[in-house]
Design a protein around this ligand. Structure first.
Ligand SMILES: [Zn+2]
Length: 320
């Protein structure tokens, strides 16, 4: 609920430079003009856009999962939110520091995205299991009685969904769950995501430092921590996508029975990983520029990119 009093806490400011325009309004004597010029930067604006910005405080964006009113809206908006996050510049222009913050909904969105990708990729794993012969630990095969082959299919499907965290075997005397299933190859490729977690920690620490160093008594700290939490959560999404891509790679590898000679999968992992690392850095650099409106963001962004990757690699070794 937003009351007029709440909106009035925020003053109109220049759409270009953020200069406070309250003084301009005070100078109106006869009527409200349609257009104005910023005394600070000379930007010509329409008062309509200035008040549209004031009204953004605490507002929702209609395609964004974090702002969904209920679970249905959260689900409906989940793919669109992921799609828009791929262009972080435009994303943060809409999901700016004035919008409503609901980190719990954002967290649920991330779980929904992970589960969605996970389920989309699972059929490839099921095909891989079939190729590898894992689907029939009883040795009956497809020619067996339908009960046997149905139970094999159940075990195969469950294994594909649970890969690489567990495997379901079908024996003559029933099902068996084995934890954890992952092997050395899986560990080697998926552990790269730990670097991404380190990147996030390094960026969040850097921005906490920047916010603490900047003296601003009027700062709404609750909102600042909320924004930091939002960007930190969003910056983990590329790594979630990467881990699911590794699952996809393992599934394709198993399903097509590739040999070492045609083994392009590790190169695919590397390519996608670098892309995801770039996406993660882009999320932070755009956030620094548009959410925290830091003018000379160049040094912070260069330092953040290099520093976070170095810290991420150190973090991986610490975890190992
Ligand atoms: Zn201005």
């Amino acid at each position: 609920m937003k009351s007029p009093a709440r909106i009035n806490e925020h003053h109109p400011e220049c759409p270009s430079c953020g200069y406070g325009l309250t003084g301009q309004i005070a100078s109106w004597t006869q009527q409200c003009p349609l257009n104005g010029v910023c005394p600070e930067c000379g930007h010509a604006y329409q008062w309509r856009e200035v008040f549209a910005i004031v009204n953004e405080w605490g507002s929702r964006v209609d395609w964004y999962s974090e702002h969904g009113g209920d679970w249905i809206e959260l689900f409906q908006r989940a793919p669109g939110t992921l799609w828009r996050l791929m262009r972080p510049g435009r994303f943060f222009k809409a999901i700016n520091h004035r919008r409503m913050i609901r980190l719990r909904m954002l967290f649920w969105w991330m779980l929904v995205v992970t589960a969605g990708l996970h389920l989309c990729i699972s059929p490839v794993g099921a095909a891989g299991n079939a190729q590898a012969g894992n689907w029939s630990s009883t040795g009956h095969g497809w020619d067996a009685q339908w009960t046997q082959s149905t139970m094999d299919t159940v075990a195969n499907t469950a294994s594909a969904v649970l890969f690489p965290y567990a495997m379901v075997y079908h024996h003559d005397d029933g099902f068996e769950l084995r934890l954890p299933f992952y092997d050395e190859d899986w560990a080697a490729y998926s552990m790269a995501a730990v670097i991404g977690i380190g990147d996030m920690i390094a960026w969040a620490t850097l921005m906490t430092g920047v916010l603490l160093v900047q003296h601003d008594d009027s700062r709404d700290w609750r909102r600042q921590w909320g924004l930091l939490g939002r960007v930190a959560l969003l910056s983990l999404v590329p790594m979630l996508v990467y881990v699911e891509f590794v699952r996809l790679g393992f599934g394709i590898h198993a399903a097509t029975g590739m040999t070492e000679a045609t083994d392009w999968v590790p190169y695919g992992f590397l390519g996608v990983y670098l892309l995801m690392l770039y996406w993660q850095q882009a999320i932070w650099t755009h956030a620094v520029r548009s959410i925290w409106n830091i003018k000379r963001s160049f040094l912070i962004n260069i330092g953040g990119c290099f520093g976070s990757i170095i810290f991420g690699i150190l973090f991986l070794f610490w975890v190992l």
